[in-house]
Design a protein around this ligand. Structure first.
Ligand code: FAD
Length: 359
C-alpha cells in the first residue's frame, strides 16, 4: 500500500496545477495519469490559447505542459508522478485502486484532488460506429500528436470552438473539409475562427444534423437533415454528402465516475455539460478531504481548469494542516481570476450552472 499526503488523479492542466500548489504548501503529492505523459488535452492543441494572460494565453497548448513540468521540478521528490496508471476504484475507506501494467496497486492518501477531465459526447444515429467516424479529440490526436491524416475529406458535426479550430487545423494539414454543421441557428465558436473557415471556402450550415451514416466496412456517405427553430427535423429535407471521415465535435461531458463510486453528491447541470459534484468555493466536494478541479467540475476552458487546480491544491493541503505562507492572498487571487474568466455574457451559462452546485 502506497501512502501519501495528497493524491492528484489526472495530470492535465488542472491536475498539474493542483500538484504544484499542494507541494508548495508542504504536502507530499502523488500525481497519477492513465496516459504515458502529462498534459491531458493540451498535448494535442497546437493553436495559441485564448483565456487569461496569467494562465498562458497566446502560448500554444502543446507548450504549456512543459512550462508546468519545469515548475514542478523545483519541488523535487515532493511531487511523485505515476504514469500509465489508471485509477479504477475509490472506496469508502478512502483507498484508491490503480491499474498499472497489469498490476493492481492500492494507494491510501490523506486527501485527494480529482482532475480527471472530460469525455466526448457522441450523438446517436444508425451506423455511428463505422470506421471513419471519430471524435474531435481523436482527430486532433491523430493529426497533431502522431502526424497521421484521418482521411481524405472530413465533414465536421459541431461548430463550437473545438469544431471550428479542428476544421481549420485539418485544412492546414492538407485535408479537405467539406462543411461544418450545428443544430442551433447560430454557431457557438468564436467569429474569428468561423471567418477563417469561410474565407477558405468551407460552408458553415446552422440548423442541420446527421441522421444516417452509410458504408460497408468504412464510412462512405452521410445523410443530413434540416432542423426548424425548435431543433425539430423538417421531413423531406434530407440530403447526402460523400465523405470518408465524419468528425464529431458536439461537446464534452465531465468524467465523474470515480466520484459516483464513492457516493459523492452529484447533480445534473446542463450549463456545465453533465453530472458534476456539488462543492464549496474551495473546490471540496460533499466527501471531506475530496476536492475537484477542471473539466470534471464542469466543462470550461484550460485557463479556469488551471486556476481551479491551483485553488484545490492550496485548500486541500490546508485541510491537512499544511497552510501555505501566502494562503489568504493566493486564495483571494484565484477566486478573483475565476470571477474574471467567467464575467461577461459568454460566462453567463457557467455562472448560472455554478449557482446550482457551489454551496
Ligand atoms: C480542440 C480543443 C481546443 C481547446 N482550446 C482551448 C483554448 O484555446 N483555451 C483554453 O483555455 N482551453 C481550450 N480547450 C479546453 C481545454 O483543453 C480543457 O478545458 C482542459 O484541458 C481541461 O483540463 P483538465 O485538466 O480538467 O482535463 P484534461 O486536460 O482532460 O486532463 C485530464 C487528465 O486526467 C486523466 N485521467 C482521466 N481519468 C483518469 C483515471 N481514471 N486515472 C488516471 N488518469 C485519468 C487523463 O488521461 C487526462 O490526462 C480546448 C479543448 C479542445 C478539445
Amino acid at each position: 500500500m502506497i501512502k501519501t499526503d495528497i493524491a492528484v488523479i489526472g495530470g492535465g492542466p488542472a491536475g498539474m496545477c493542483a500538484a504544484l500548489n499542494a507541494a508548495a504548501s508542504g504536502a507530499d503529492v502523488l500525481l497519477l495519469d492513465r496516459d504515458s505523459h502529462l498534459g491531458g488535452q493540451l498535448i494535442k492543441q497546437t493553436h495559441m490559447f485564448f483565456g487569461s494572460q496569467k494562465q498562458h494565453a497566446s502560448v500554444r497548448g502543446i507548450d504549456i505542459p512543459a512550462i508546468l513540468k519545469k515548475e514542478m521540478e523545483q519541488y523535487g521528490d515532493k511531487i511523485k508522478v505515476m504514469l500509465d496508471a489508471t485509477v479504477i476504484g475509490f472506496y469508502e475507506d478512502g483507498i484508491l485502486t490503480v491499474e498499472k501494467e497489469d498490476e493492481y496497486i492500492k494507494i491510501k492518501p490523506r486527501a485527494i484532488v480529482f482532475a480527471t477531465g472530460a469525455s466526448e459526447k457522441f450523438p446517436a444515429f444508425p451506423n455511428n460506429d463505422l470506421p471513419g467516424i471519430y471524435g474531435a479529440g481523436a482527430v486532433q490526436t491523430l493529426m497533431n500528436v502522431y502526424g497521421v491524416s484521418p482521411g481524405e475529406s472530413v465533414f465536421m458535426a459541431g461548430a463550437g470552438n473545438i469544431g471550428l479550430i479542428v476544421s481549420y487545423q485539418l485544412i492546414q494539414a492538407g485535408v479537405k473539409v467539406k462543411g461544418v454543421i450545428c443544430r442551433s441557428p447560430v454557431y457557438g465558436g468564436y467569429a474569428v475562427h468561423a471567418a477563417k473557415l469561410r474565407r477558405m471556402g468551407v460552408p458553415i450550415m446552422p440548423q442541420h444534423k446527421v441522421v444516417y451514416a452509410h458504408g460497408k466496412d468504412k464510412l462512405e456517405r452521410i445523410t443530413l437533415i434540416k432542423l426548424d427553430d425548435n431543433k425539430k427535423e423538417i421531413p423531406g429535407t434530407e440530403f447526402d454528402i460523400e465523405t470518408d471521415v465524419l468528425c464529431i465535435s458536439t461537446g464534452l461531458t465531465p468524467l465523474g465516475e470515480l466520484l459516483w463510486q464513492n457516493g459523492c453528491e452529484m447533480k445534473f447541470v446542463r450549463e456545465l455539460s453533465g453530472h458534476v459534484p456539488v462543492r464549496n468555493e474551495e473546490m471540496e466536494t460533499s466527501i471531506p478531504g475530496v476536492f475537484v478541479a477542471g473539466d470534471v467540475a464542469g466543462i470550461e476552458e484550460a485557463s479556469s481548469a488551471m486556476v481551479e487546480g491551483r485553488l484545490a491544491g492550496l485548500c486541500c493541503a490546508k485541510g491537512l494542516g499544511l497552510k501555505h505562507p501566502d494562503y489568504n492572498a493566493l486564495k483571494e487571487d484565484y477566486l478573483e481570476q475565476l470571477h474574471d474568466l467567467r464575467s461577461g455574457p459568454e460566462g453567463d451559462p457557467i455562472r448560472r450552472g455554478l449557482a446550482k452546485i457551489v454551496i
